[in-house]
Write a protein that binds this ligand. Structure first.
Ligand code: GDP
Length: 526
């Protein structure tokens, strides 16, 4: 089947931001333009309460909602856009990192008042690792924020990426008048409008014209100077550099007021990449290849407690995925087929017959999938680049009810397949060490083990510094190290040896004592 036309019209991306910068608001406005929702306010606030206290109802709510909105597909001007949702809370950052492996580009939302924040930096560093193309949207221009030139410098310094403003703001806060689109050469005048899809655009190719005074009054001169300065300070926008992940075009606006959003979307569909090639352990796979292949980047278990089903989210990378056709599950080396693959359009899901590269399909799963699994038409390849980050907090999982040992065993394996946390098994005694990147995950695990598997447990703190995956080209040296550190060695779920370092000092000593051993702080699934 020819799929180039379908490929050309697909854009798969994620919006990333520090919590509160406006990701949810922007998502909602984008869906509004796509006609996927009818009115603002339709996208529920998709995040766990930002307080550190873990409110279980909130966690449940988050899980419920985030499934419906895990993938939001919509059409805009003939383009099929797949927006992949990422959780806002930092304790779920790993989930976000994995979702970033399934997109072809991102839109980064920055709060104009707060500038670059902690999560912005972390998320961007993941994008930089993969050279993901980034468009920056500076939000909340209706508030008195930072000077835009300073903000540009801050973006370049803290995110180690070159920027190129494609629009420029005229004032901010209560004096905010709008933006001048440097790329399309038009003035986009601000009028606060929270719900409608409208805009007030004046084509304006010559900023020197005295007409500018008529429209924006005394701010005309400042805009002229700023525009000149921008053209001097920044090189012309180069799409190739953007696609290589070296240059981020920047837009200004106010998501809440639906301002600058359409401009962003129009440029996005024009410049954002169509589905990109992806690497496997054997070779690079092109989206235009005839044979279907894809990988699982996210799993949600027990969505409906009555049915115990799980959905594996698969990103289609090549060929065409078809319902009821047999595909090869590479890790299990067996053929599988799916009777009810699901696609997600805004808040609805529906069974689909086929899906193209860039699309995400939800596959009902009875326990066959782990994050990182590849499906193909027989080729024994595995998609690369789904990192499993070194956890920072460790606890030993202890069973509180001996009658439910089996349930707990099953539960902890399934939950860690989902990527909620990482599981390490330590001998003797088959001890289960759970490692996470955030405190909240322990609450989630405890709660879900009890409610979904009927197993009660507690966690015993383990004062450990880091988990490092150890390997060496010299098997004798590796054995030497594993024997020497036997008390601090565990196996991950794939059976790979992990050194649970006691402290930074001890780790440094080991690194210098064993130069032939490679200490890695992240492993790739598979
Ligand atoms: P998220 O945590 O990144 O998803 O952020 P939200 O979209 O939930 O926005 C956080 C808060 O900022 C909410 O109270 C929004 O109403 C508000 N907000 C979002 N965009 C704007 C904007 O353009 N201007 C102003 N003043 N507030 C905004």
């Amino acid at each position: 089947m020819k799929n180039t036309a379908e490929l050309d019209r697909r854009r798969t991306f994620a919006i990333i931001s520090h919590p509160d910068a406006g990701k949810t608001t922007l998502t909602e406005k984008l869906l509004l333009f796509g006609g996927a929702i009818q009115s603002a306010g339709a996208v529920k606030n998709n995040k766990i309460k930002k307080t550190a206290t873990s409110d279980f109802m909130e966690i449940e709510k988050q899980r419920g909602i985030s499934v419906a909105t895990s993938v939001m597909g919509f059409e805009y001007k003939g383009i099929k856009i797949n927006l992949l949702d990422t959780p806002g809370h930092k304790d779920f950052a790993e989930d976000t990192y994995r979702t970033l492996t399934a997109v072809d580009s991102v839109i980064l939302v920055v709060d104009s008042v707060k500038g670059v924040e902690e999560q912005t930096e972390k998320l961007m560093s993941v994008c930089r690792m993969r050279d993901t193309p980034v468009i920056v949207f500076v939000n909340k221009m209706d508030r008195p924020g930072k000077d835009p030139f300073e903000l540009m410098d801050e973006l370049e310094d803290k995110l180690s990426i070159k920027v190129r403003p494609l629009s420029w703001p005229i004032n901010n806060g209560s004096d905010f008048k709008g933006v001048y689109n440097l790329y399309k050469k038009h003035l986009n005048l601000f009028n606060a409008n929270k719900t409608a899809v409208e805009r007030d655009i004046v084509s304006f190719s010559d900023l020197q014209s005295p007409k500018l005074e008529e429209i924006i009054g005394k701010d005309a001169d400042t805009l002229r100077e700023d525009a000149e300065l921008v053209e001097m300070a920044y090189e012309p926008f180069d799409k190739e550099n953007y696609l290589d992940g070296l240059l981020a075009p920047v837009f200004f606006g106010s998501a809440l007021n639906n301002f600058g959003v359409q401009e962003l979307l129009d440029t996005f569909i024009e410049i954002a990449p169509t589905p990109l090639p992806r690497n496997t352990n054997l070779r690079q796979v092109l989206p235009t290849e005839k044979n279907f292949s894809g990988f699982v980047f996210k799993i949600h278990a027990n969505l409906d407690p009555r049915h115990r089903d799980r959905i594996a989210f698969l990103r289609v990378c090549s060929g065409v995925f078809e319902r009821n056709k047999f595909y090869h599950h590479v890790r299990l080396n067996k053929n599988v087929r799916f009777a009810n693959p699901t696609s997600f359009m805004a808040q609805d899901k529906e069974t689909i017959d086929s899906a193209f590269p860039g699309d995400v399909v939800g596959l009902y799963d009875t326990g066959n999938f782990k994050i990182g699994d590849t499906l193909s038409e027989g080729e024994m390849m595995t998609y690369k680049g789904i990192p499993s980050f070194s956890p920072e907090i460790f606890r030993e999982l202890e069973n509180a009810d001996p009658m439910k040992a089996k349930q707990m065993e099953k539960g902890i394996h399934q939950l860690t397949d989902e990527g909620v946390a990482q599981l390490f098994i330590k001998q003797p005694g088959n001890r289960k060490i759970v490692g996470t990147v955030g405190e909240l995950q322990f609450d989630v695990i405890q709660y879900r083990l009890l409610h979904e598997y009927g197993a009660s447990c507690h966690f015993r703190p383990m004062p450990m510094y880091k988990a490092c995956w150890v390997s060496s080209n010299n098997p004798a040296k590796l054995k030497d190290f594993l024997d020497f550190k036997a008390n601090s060695i565990a196996l991950d779920k794939d059976g790979l040896p992990v050194y649970l370092a006691e402290s930074k000092g001890m780790l440094d000593v080991m690194i210098s004592k064993y130069p032939e051993i490679n200490f890695a702080f992240q492993s790739e699934h598979n």
